[in-house]
Design a binder for this molecule. Structure first.
Ligand code: EPZ
Length: 433
């Protein structure tokens, strides 16, 4: 089992190229089921979840070829789903990657039936899918749940609905948006999630011939069409990967430029880090927007409170990383996790490194700055792993982060990118993603 070994205390200096967004790539891959024509997706991050989603698509009858692009941190996928006799997304794959549920809407829209394993919970929470199922039922699908699987059937085509999600859900918005593109009539999705990944999916669908109004707003209006055609689409940069690197510099000090990121997707974090005392500058680079973050060694950080919320609020996927930063800030930081019910598992591991914090229910209180000293810590979920790496970059001595298969699900070459800006970090164990 791979682990990362980090010698902390080294400021980070140089440039990092941000990869494509995992959470945009996954729904875009699922959207390829909506057409028999070839779809070419690029700037996909070379991470385990992408490979798993491609395996799910292949199990559903998609011909898929993945090839590396760039410096090996990205992948290009050529996909074509000519047909699917009895579309079934198997438990063995779905249990390793919950986002497989995103094939449900496209399969119903295209083939009128689907069998998808219930994803089950994960380390950060129960992760129910009721919002997906309720809305698809309103569109005419009949859902039967047995033996851990969703058996969805449909007479004729999905029907357009005017639907208000009772809770903002990224996945449910994506599933219904895809389903609505081939439905009969018009679908209005209200209280839709605003995350940039949804806008990216919508732009891809529009490129396939879908008719969508209100992209980027909380009300999406989709006029169903008879069929969609193939497309070429490059996914947006990964705002959570970019935010993870910004938090790394804020915690460990230094001066780093991020290439190919989108500052507008990160305003809540940029505001927090600026108010905490970091210097952030944005400019146009050869490959799109750039973000530079500076925190001089010895420069004091001010503690700030954090409440995670749906976009454009502070992202839950950066809560763990920001907690690692706040262990180095002077004062008390109150962190409220407003999205998931169990997303503080990194807190106990940060305490083992010497952080002074208490986590209870939806709230954690961090008192800083703390002297962190290296030890062996265990990753529990994707973003918690990133928080432990950040803390390891700060801690004196050696930190070993175990079970980094969690990290490999969502970060392409994290240790290599950090080595590129001077971090003393090595992967041992030799496994390949
Ligand atoms: C997406 O998960 C992301 N995953 C998550 O990123 C991210 O944390 C989350 O959105 C919130 O931003 C992908 O995009 C693949 P939700 P998703 O539906 O769609 C509840 C990462 O680290 N809910 O917006 O599953 C749910 O329990 C991952 O990259 C229901 O109650 O999140 C949660 O409390 C982790 N019923 C809240 O809504 C439902 O049917 C938001 O969940 C669906 C969700």
């Amino acid at each position: 089992m791979d682990r990362l070994v980090i010698q902390g205390g080294q400021p980070l200096r140089g440039r990092i190229r941000v990869s494509g967004a995992k959470n945009a790539a996954l729904p875009c891959l699922a959207a390829s089921l909506l057409t028999p024509e070839p779809v070419l997706l690029s700037n996909l991050p070379a991470v385990a979840d992408i490979r798993t989603m491609v395996k799910v698509l292949q199990a559903l009858g998609t011909e898929a070829a993945l090839e590396p692009e760039g410096e090996g941190f990205e992948l290009k996928a050529r996909l074509a789903c000519g047909g699917s006799e009895d579309p079934k997304a198997p438990y063995e794959l779905v249990k390793t990657m919950r986002a497989s549920i995103l094939v449900l809407g496209p399969l119903l829209a295209r083939f009128g039936q689907a069998t998808v394993s219930l994803p089950g919970g994960c380390a950060i929470g129960a992760r129910p899918v009721n919002l997906h199922l309720e809305a698809l039922e309103r569109m005419g699908a009949v859902m039967e749940i047995s033996h851990g699987y969703i058996h969805a059937t449909l007479k004729g085509r999905l029907k357009g609905i005017d639907h208000t999600f009772e809770k903002v859900s990224v996945g449910a918005t994506e599933n219904l948006l895809m389903a609505a593109t081939l439905a009969e009539g018009t679908t209005v999705l209200r209280n839709a999630a605003l995350e940039p990944e949804i806008g990216d999916l919508a732009h891809m669908l529009a490129g396939m011939g879908a008719r969508i109004e209100g992209i980027g707003t909380g009300t999406l209006t989709v006029t169903g069409v008879a069929r969609l055609h193939g497309c070429e689409h490059a996914v947006i940069p990964d705002r959570i990967e970019a935010g993870t690197f910004l938090c790394s510099v804020a915690a460990a000090c230094g001066d780093v430029v991020l290439d190919r990121c989108e500052p507008d997707h990160l305003r809540a974090l940029l505001d927090l880090l600026e108010r905490a005392g970091c210097v952030l500058t944005e400019r146009e680079g050869q490959e799109g927007r750039q973000l530079r973050i500076q925190r001089e060694c010895g420069q004091k950080l001010h503690s700030k409170d954090i409440v995670t919320q749906p976009f454009p609020g502070f992202p839950t996927d950066l809560q763990a990383q920001a907690m690692a930063v706040m262990t180095q800030a002077t004062g008390i930081s109150v962190i409220n996790e407003g999205i998931f019910e169990n997303r503080f598992q990194h807190a106990m591991e940060l305490e083992r490194l010497g952080a002074n914090l208490r986590a209870e229910g939806h709230r954690a209180i961090v008192a800083g700055p703390s002297e962190l000293t290296g030890c062996t810590v265990m990753a529990t979920d994707l973003r918690a792993s990133a928080a432990l790496v950040i803390a390891g970059l700060v801690a004196s001595g050696e930190t070993v982060v175990d079970r980094i298969y969690h990290l490999d699900r969502g970060y392409a070459g994290l240790e290599r990118k950090l080595q590129g800006v001077g971090a003393r970090i090595q992967r041992i164990g030799g496994g390949k993603v």
